[in-house]
Design a protein around this ligand. Structure first.
Ligand code: EPU
Length: 337
């Protein structure tokens, strides 16, 4: 586990931003991780999972630890369900495919989401009516300062929309090393009500879909809307969908009756940021190599050699325009460094 110096992070972030890490090490086990942490001296830390939810705007003057912990094991199973313990460095989509291939149900709607298993709980990844928390049982984590290991129950994770305790009270304190999921082996609970999924199944003439059919439908929908990071650098949704109060929503709806929305609770409404950004005129726009995706305005893209700073300036411009047009603040979903 050699520590490298001045390592390019271009291959380690899905935006494909070429910044360097002062020090870089890839760890393959919890023991290696503990050793690196114990010997780090005064170096500040920077943890790297799949690099799919970050925008790097400058060189990282820190010890970058690439969490390359691998492995999937069956903890327990019966006729109806199975519990899998998945190490943090497993690629999320490969884990989903593993489940589909074994007929384990529950994560099929989360197909093709970039990133790793260990970072998925931090923002409670979600798509097409399903969130990580729906199959989550517990996760194991290492406390960075004391090196003690702790198991977090679902309750302790305090999951919310793109949110958890790891983004709030415990931010920067723990490293998630594994996640345990409970998946179904029979009577899979299918979530097809999300419009686009049903349409895709109808188009293929599928009446009683399997989890594999749903996964394929989700993959087709995502491919049609979201750019493949290996072809066009991006970090998925750059902004969160804003949630506004019912008073603000009533006024908004009078002015924009055509706008899509979701009722979160009787007092809160979520407006798709993609719609707001498109209405503000940014869909498909390009400023140098920094751009807004042509099929989904929520996604910022790197057309080649954009710097992180150029993408960040574009994000700020979008945020400002959306605020001045709609009076709504949109908050980044990605972590900006
Ligand atoms: N819309 C527009 N213009 C756009 C984009 C969207 O008008 O450029 C409208 C759509 O027509 C639709 C609505 O906005 O009426 C919602 O769009 P979509 O169904 O694509 O979903 P989203 O709210 O934009 C969220 C997640 C995605 C997830 C999809 C599907 C967030 C921040 N994003 O996007 O997550 O895949 O739902 O469930 O919640 C990600 O986090 O990286 C991600 C891609």
């Amino acid at each position: 586990m050699p520590i490298e110096t001045n390592t390019s992070l271009k291959a380690y972030n899905t935006f494909g931003i070429d910044v360097a890490a002062n020090k870089f090490v890839s760890v393959n086990s919890v023991e290696e991780l503990k050793k690196v942490l114990a010997n780090r001296g005064n170096d500040p830390l920077f943890l790297l999972g799949g690099g799919s939810n970050m925008l790097l705007t400058k060189n990282i003057e820190a010890l970058v630890i690439h969490l390359n912990l691998k492995g999937i094991s069956v903890l327990s199973e019966n006729e109806h369900s199975v519990q899998l313990r998945v190490m943090a460095g497993e690629n999320w989509h490969e884990f989903v495919l593993f489940c589909i291939n074994n007929n384990y149900g529950g994560v099929e709607n989360l197909s093709l989401i970039p990133g790793n298993v260990g970072t998925a709980p931090i923002q409670n990844i979600g798509a097409y009516g399903v969130e990580l928390k729906d199959t989550f049982v517990r996760c194991e984590a290492l406390h960075i300062e004391t090196l003690s290991e702790k198991t977090f129950s679902k309750k302790e994770c305090n999951f919310g929309y793109r949110n958890s305790v790891f983004k709030n009270e415990l931010k920067g304190e723990y490293i998630i090393t594994s996640v345990t999921f409970e998946l179904t082996k029979t009577n899979h609970e299918l979530h097809t009500s999300y419009g686009a999924i049903q349409q895709e199944l109808d188009r293929k003439g599928i009446n009683s879909p399997s989890i594999s059919d749903i996964s394929e439908a989700v993959i087709a929908i995502r491919k049609s809307k979201l750019p493949d990071p290996t072809e066009l650098g991006n970090s998925g949704s750059f902004f969160k969908n804003p949630i506004i109060t019912s008073e603000a929503f009533q006024a908004f709806r009078l002015q924009y009756p055509e706008a899509p929305f979701y009722e979160v609770s009787p007092t809160e409404f979520k407006i798709p940021a993609g719609w707001l950004i498109e209405q503000a005129g940014f869909r498909g726009k390009r400023f140098g190599d920094a751009g807004v995706h042509k099929n989904q305005a929520l996604v910022l893209v790197n057309h080649g050699n954009a710097t992180g700073e150029e993408i960040w300036q574009l994000a700020l411009k979008i945020q400002k325009e959306v605020r001045s047009k709609f009076g709504i603040y949109i908050e980044p979903e990605v972590n900006v460094f």
